[in-house]
Design a binder for this molecule. Structure first.
Ligand SMILES: Nc1ncnc2c1ncn2[C@@H]1O[C@H](COP(=O)(O)OP(=O)(O)OP(=O)(O)O)[C@@H](O)[C@H]1O
Length: 279
């Protein structure tokens, strides 16, 4: 199923990459958390960002989401993080092009007891959590929200309070919310965390459909098994630095993952999927 497009209220530079990070470093407190990181994601170049606990993945998500800013360059170069060709964004405008689903977002939405599923999704049009008196919801918006919920297999949850949903159900609803704008890209931080085997499989199939439908995926995970076949590029982080970047065949090897996770790891390939286990 494809959603009809509500055109974004702004232009994007023609041919601009979804994401360009050039030698960006991020400090938190006195610590250097990301160290001269570079990454380019072009439209349709589905990418996994992989790394052990504490390697800097969530910090990178916040950098991309413009919730954190890199250190000012000392080499005289221009801005070192651009999303859709721009380094400055109004966050709600950016969300129309780049949908983001993260554990922090899920916690925020599921702890709002009265928030109902459909309102949680349709309020995505206003970058608000739930509907207020000043929000004018058009028939078109309702239709788009309904379609997004159907697309991700969550339409049956309409009417339920967000706080009563299971982890997997809430995850789907938040993805539907991110999809109402039909974003060009989705940034998913550990989207399978807390999902059981069957939910994870169904969810990964949803992601594959989105990727095939033209949404560029940026998937942050520490599970090699979640790297769906459509993802061709992998960025492997270790202690805030890029340990390796390239195709799956180049990055997902035993020696490289052993270095990334600090223990011997064996990699198996099952068709188009990879799996990693302690050696
Ligand atoms: N606000 C902060 N102040 C200081 N250090 C921080 C802060 N936030 C994160 N860190 C540190 O930055 C490093 C990277 O954290 P980050 O959350 O980005 O890693 P991650 O790869 O997402 O880890 P995980 O897989 O455990 O979620 C960690 O060592 C963490 O302790």
């Amino acid at each position: 199923m494809s959603l009809s497009v509500i055109p974004p209220p702004h232009d994007i530079a023609a041919g601009a990459s979804v994401l360009r990070i050039d030698n960006a470093s991020v400090m938190r407190g006195q610590r250097l958390i990301l160290d001269r990181l570079s990454l380019q994601v072009d439209a349709g170049q589905h990418t996994a960002i992989l790394g052990a606990n504490g390697s800097g993945k969530s910090t990178l998500v916040q950098l991309i989401a413009r919730q954190l800013y890199p250190l000012v360059r000392t080499d005289g170069g221009g801005p070192n993080v651009s999303v859709f060709g721009r380094d400055r964004w109004n966050v709600s405008e950016l969300r129309q092009l780049l949908g983001i689903v993260s554990p922090a977002l899920q916690l925020d939405y599921t702890s709002d007891a009265p928030l109902e599923v459909f309102d949680a999704v349709v309020s995505g049009f206003f970058s608000a959590r739930g509907l207020g008196l000043d929000h004018q919801v058009s028939d078109r918006m309702r239709e788009q929200a309904q379609q997004a919920l159907q697309q991700i297999g969550a339409a049956h949850l309409i009417g339920r309070p967000m706080a009563t949903l299971s982890t997997g159900e809430a995850r789907r609803v938040l993805i539907a919310r991110a999809l109402v704008h039909q974003p060009r890209a989705l940034l998913l931080d550990e989207p399978c965390a807390g999902l059981d085997m069957a939910s994870r499989r169904r969810f990964l199939e949803n992601l594959r459909e989105l990727a095939r439908g033209g949404t560029t995926l940026m998937l942050v995970t520490h599970h090699v098994e979640e790297i769906v076949p459509e993802i061709a590029q992998v960025l492997l982080l270790r202690e805030g630095r890029v340990l390796r970047q390239g195709s799956k065949a180049e990055v997902l090897t035993g020696p490289t993952l052993s270095e990334a996770f600090g223990m011997p790891v064996q990699v198996q390939r099952h068709g188009d999927y990879y799996a990693a286990t302690p050696a």
